[in-house]
Design a protein around this ligand. Structure first.
Ligand code: UFG
Length: 338
């Protein structure tokens, strides 16, 4: 299948580009390089032996997107493009709403114009809001977002539901990611955040190579066994394979299909630190600090639906993810070069 990946040079997009190529699909990438490096394209080629067609373009630019669709005629789209920093979204809400919504609307309109009726959307466990229980099931209601970034994910899920009601030919697969971590085992691709990392694993990796002094552990008084927050950390390679597995949904009934992509297991911050130390042999100094506003004590996925309907399940371990994240950090201390 010919698949257009918006944001296909980002952390999850690039890993998924590799997985789709390895599964025999043809990948076409559109990325505006806002939060990605052009050097990633060379690395995808190095790892797969295939250089995907690449367009440097903003998905919100309908004219340009139309030209790309006209030339490429993709049969399906995997839509990663979007801003993703929770804290930044609180400071710059309009920028987040404009970008994340405009890209999606422009994409859906263009898909309609070019007879493309299959979309996979990068959603997030954030749509469950502040969970009252774990594990979370796809049938659990969407909650209240705690920030504009999360609100855009909820809004886009609703837009896709409404669009599919109005267009019986449309199939929209909503993949709700839990916490993607790790990197490609080669060390060529991984998470390359700008500035100070917001997320736990890249922060730990930077402490490991001495780029940051110590880890700030946000909250040690949660109602969890060791007092620190619990999340469902999933290796990005497993996550990428989940996207490929989800393409199966296009051959079946039309409409909206929702899947959690996680491991089904919760890991606390301190457990992750310990696992990292064991996997890499590097000590991670940390300090226990106050809770971070907006964080929930615990969330992890119920993964039965993806297993049953897509035949997909995460197979890599936390130790694999720690080893791969560290390997990427050691090989790319200043991130991926352009
Ligand atoms: N944490 C620390 N120190 C840090 C960073 C994080 O202790 O420096 C803790 C957090 O308090 C939390 C856990 O590590 O308990 C995970 O935090 P992350 O920032 O890595 O991830 P979140 O669970 O907060 O957010 C992630 C994605 C969001 C998404 C959300 C969905 O980054 O995009 O999961 O549940 F919305």
């Amino acid at each position: 299948m010919k698949i257009l990946l918006t944001g296909g040079l980002g952390f999850i997009g690039s890993e998924t580009a590799i997985a789709t190529i390895e599964a025999g699909h043809q990948a076409v990438i559109v990325d505006n390089l806002y939060n990605a490096k052009i050097g990633v394209l060379d690395r995808i080629e190095k790892l797969t032996g295939v250089r995907p067609a690449f367009y440097e373009a903003d998905v919100a630019d309908k004219k340009k997107l139309g030209e790309i669709f006209d030339k490429e005629r993709p049969e399906a789209v995997i839509h990663f493009a979007g801003y993703k920093a929770v804290g930044e979204s609180v400071a710059k809400p309009l920028m987040y709403y404009r970008n994340n919504l405009m890209t999606t609307l422009s994409l859906l309109e263009t898909m309609g114009e070019y007879d493309c009726h299959n979309i996979v959307f990068s959603s997030s466990a954030t749509v469950y809001g502040t969970p009252t229980h774990a594990p979370l099931k796809e049938t659990d209601p969407r909650g209240e977002a705690t920030n504009p970034y999360g609100e855009t994910k909820i809004m886009i899920e609703r837009i896709l539901e409404d669009a599919s009601k109005a267009d019986p030919k449309l199939t929209a697969v909503l993949l709700r990611y839990f916490n993607p971590i790790g990197a490609h085992p080669s060390g060529l691709l991984g998470e390359d955040p700008r500035g100070i990392p917001n997320n736990l694993m890249p922060y730990i990796s930077q402490v490991a190579i001495g780029k940051r002094e110590y880890l700030h552990v946000y909250g040690s008084d949660y109602p969890t066994p060791d007092g620190t927050g619990i999340r469902d950390y999933i290796h990005v390679v497993d996550l990428a394979e989940g996207h490929v597995a989800s393409l199966k949904a296009f051959n079946e009934t039309k409409g909206v299909k929702i899947y959690n992509l996680g491991t089904g297991k919760g890991t606390s911050v301190l457990e992750l630190v310990k696992a990292f130390e064991e996997a890499t042999g590097v000590k991670i100094p940390y300090r226990l600090e106050d809770r971070r506003p907006g964080d929930v004590p615990e969330n992890y996925a119920d993964v039965e639906k993806a297993k049953k309907e897509l035949g997909w399940t995460a197979r890599l371990t936390i130790a694999d993810a720690c080893r791969d994240a560290y390997n990427f950090q050691v090989k790319n201390p200043e991130g991926i070069k352009d």
